[in-house]
Design a protein around this ligand. Structure first.
Ligand code: B1M
Length: 209
């Protein structure tokens, strides 16, 4: 498998080729985690760097994200395949003001694969929406994602909304996303932080199992 080529197709926003290569890779029994990390995620790191250096602009970043999503759609059934009995329920979303959903989707897929029933509220999610869904489904865990330094503080607002409603202690809050850190999680009284989707699974399993 030419991971370099796969990454290039993502960077070029060629979703058709990305889908094709990921499908071929799976058919040839290439490790799905390698397809994800060395092909798809690697490409987004390059794109992020180029954007930071003004070599590309938002439209190119968006096209790359669409191509990445095309590849993730093919990987989803493999990543979410689980034979285990559900170990808990979690509500997940990207916080208000933030439209980045690739990392959040990955975390959702991996947690689902670990046997957690997932309720995905999507992007730009308000504190009130997290609270209503959590109460409606009787969630154990609330998973918040943020990719911007400007939207990260909204995680605090979500937790405060649960406090205001007097139900904070009924839920475990896990937070993550590129600007988020362990120290930030502590500072807003979140229960746990995970740096990536694999760590998110370990953390969630420890808490829910
Ligand atoms: Co934007 N963007 N973007 N963007 N974008 C970043 C985040 C940025 C770092 C790029 C850069 O400057 N180098 C920068 C943020 C700077 C900052 O705040 N510090 C940035 C900016 C500035 C912006 C805009 C403001 C640009 C503009 O309009 N001028 C704008 C904001 C829009 C908004 O949200 N309101 C914007 C828009 C976009 C697009 C819409 C074009 C597109 C997103 C499309 C989509 O998601 N559907 C986009 C993209 C693609 C990126 C980059 C290039 C890639 C993000 C990504 O998908 N990474 C990104 C640069 C980068 O990250 N290197 C960038 C791959 C993904 C697998 O990783 O999301 O980090 P990540 O998720 C990881 C971990 O963080 C963690 O696990 C995941 C998997 O391992 N994780 C969790 C995430 N959530 C978690 C939750 C958990 C636990 C772990 O528990 C609950």
């Amino acid at each position: 498998m030419d991971f370099n080529q796969l990454s290039l197709y993502v960077q070029q926003g060629n979703g058709v080729k990305v889908k094709e290569m990921v499908s071929e890779g799976l058919a040839q029994k290439v490790d799905p985690t390698a397809l994800l990390n060395e092909g798809l995620i690697e490409a987004m790191a390059v794109i992020g760097e180029k954007f930071k250096n003004n070599e590309i602009y938002v439209p190119e970043m968006l096209m790359a994200a669409k191509a990445m999503n095309a590849g993730m759609q093919v990987l989803e059934p493999v990543l979410t395949a689980t034979g285990v009995k559900p170990i808990g329920k979690a509500v997940i979303g990207t916080v208000k003001g933030d439209l980045h959903d690739i990392g959040k989707n990955l975390v959702r897929m991996m947690l689902k694969g670990a046997g957690i029933e997932m309720y995905d509220l999507g992007i730009d999610v308000s504190a009130q929406a997290f609270l209503s869904k959590a109460q409606e489904v009787g969630a154990d865990m609330i998973c918040l994602s943020a990719l911007l330094t400007t939207t990260m503080p909204y995680m605090d607002s979500v937790i405060k909304e649960f406090e205001k409603a007097g139900v904070r202690s009924q839920f475990v809050f896990m937070i993550g996303g590129a600007p988020v850190s362990e120290a930030y999680a502590k500072s807003i009284n979140a229960d746990c932080y995970a740096e990536d989707a694999v760590v998110a699974v370990d953390v969630a399993k420890k808490i829910l199992a």
